[in-house]
Design a protein around this ligand. Structure first.
Ligand SMILES: Cc1cc2nc3c(=O)[nH]c(=O)nc-3n(C[C@H](O)[C@H](O)[C@H](O)COP(=O)(O)OP(=O)(O)OC[C@H]3O[C@@H](n4cnc5c(N)ncnc54)[C@H](O)[C@@H]3O)c2cc1C
Length: 305
């Protein structure tokens, strides 16, 4: 990053035509479920597509770094925070039913709220999303899912604004969904169209209740965490390997491996991002030494030292 790019006066000049809310040196930890990480240079809260496109055009013109924050539920932001412009899409959160089996949601909408909205409209297929505490944009970017169900299966198209501010609707076949990712070009997921299956509300509600109960029984849902730390390796579960390596409950600073589920790390209070990074490295080294398996992080580690 150049000096110019870190310079607030420079950013003020570049952003002076932006009509929406923005916050300087905004602490980012409260915007994440893990509750760690330093500040963002400037956080912007576009409330419509025009504002969002204006920002991306400025970014492209001045070659500025940027980051898109969703619900912050799959993020480990480093203690030095994030340089550049941090997008917060929480005002772009519309959800609507279209026709009898379609649903459209903006990128900043809460994924659990979309699941509830679908249920209220007698639409099944997103029950698994009720327990995934992020945004619609984050769910697509991560192809969020559970064993047996993935976001990719319900999506029919994704509306993306690319880095130069051009908007395009990308059909699901071209999204390139992978295990916890996509092959979408860099940009911002503005909206997602889902095709669901008409089903009685009571049936959907029952399924959601059972999914949420299972989560409460197996995962530390009431403690600050970032979901699964590692992707599951072929033919196995990351949590089993960490547990078999004897690391359940292992702690570094304020970061601890959950004693309920070994693929979760929790903030015991006052943890730094560096505690979590050290703990994650310890998990990787120990599992590699014991079982010869390289665990790949699912959590996105972003920002600067
Ligand atoms: C208690 C708990 C349980 C969880 N359970 C699951 C689970 O069962 N299955 C699962 O898959 N995950 C799970 N997760 C992880 C997480 O909720 C998902 O990965 C979620 O989809 C992330 O969405 P988010 O909006 O929070 O994204 P963030 O964490 O904010 O960001 C994740 C990535 O998505 C990108 N992104 C976010 N929004 C956009 C956008 N609009 N446009 C472009 N890029 C964007 C970010 O830049 C970043 O790279 C869990 C997390 C927690 C805390």
């Amino acid at each position: 990053m150049t000096e110019e790019i870190c310079d607030t006066a420079f950013y003020r000049e570049v952003l002076k035509g932006f009509q929406g809310d923005l916050r300087w040196d905004e602490p980012l930890a409260p915007y994440t479920t893990l509750k760690v990480g330093g500040p963002g240079n400037v956080m912007v809260f576009p409330s419509n597509v025009t504002e969002l496109v204006f920002l991306l055009e400025q970014i492209s013109k001045h070659h500025l770094p940027y980051f898109v924050l969703g619900g912050g539920s799959n993020l480990l932001i480093k203690d030095g925070g994030i340089g550049g412009i941090v997008f917060n899409l929480r005002q772009l959160n519309k959800i609507e039913a279209v026709g009898f089996d379609f649903l459209m949601a903006e990128g900043g909408a809460s994924y659990p709220k979309v699941a509830t909205f679908a249920m209220e409209n007698d639409l099944g297929g997103l029950e698994f999303a009720a327990g995934i505490p992020g945004s619609v944009g984050g769910a697509v970017a991560m192809n969020a899912g559970v064993p047996g169900a993935e976001t990719s299966e319900a999506v029919i198209s994704v509306t993306l604004v690319n880095e130069t501010g051009e908007i395009s609707e990308i059909p699901v076949q071209e999204v390139g969904f992978t295990y916890r990712g996509t092959k979408l070009p860099r940009g911002i997921i503005l909206a997602v169209a889902f095709r669901l299956t008409p089903r009685p509300k009571a049936e959907i509600e029952e399924k959601i209740k059972s999914i949420l109960k299972k989560r409460r029984d197996r995962q530390p849902v009431n403690l600050s965490n970032c979901g699964s730390v590692f992707k599951n390796p072929a033919n196995g579960f990351a949590g089993d390997l960490v547990e078999k390596a004897g690391l359940k409950g292992h702690r570094i600073g304020g970061a601890e491996i959950s004693s309920q589920h070994a693929n979760f790390v929790i903030n015991k209070g006052g943890a730094k991002a560096s505690d979590f990074i050290a703990l994650i490295e310890k998990m990787q080294h120990t599992v590699a030494e014991r079982f010869g398996v390289e665990l790949e992080p699912e959590v996105k580690i972003v920002g600067q030292k």
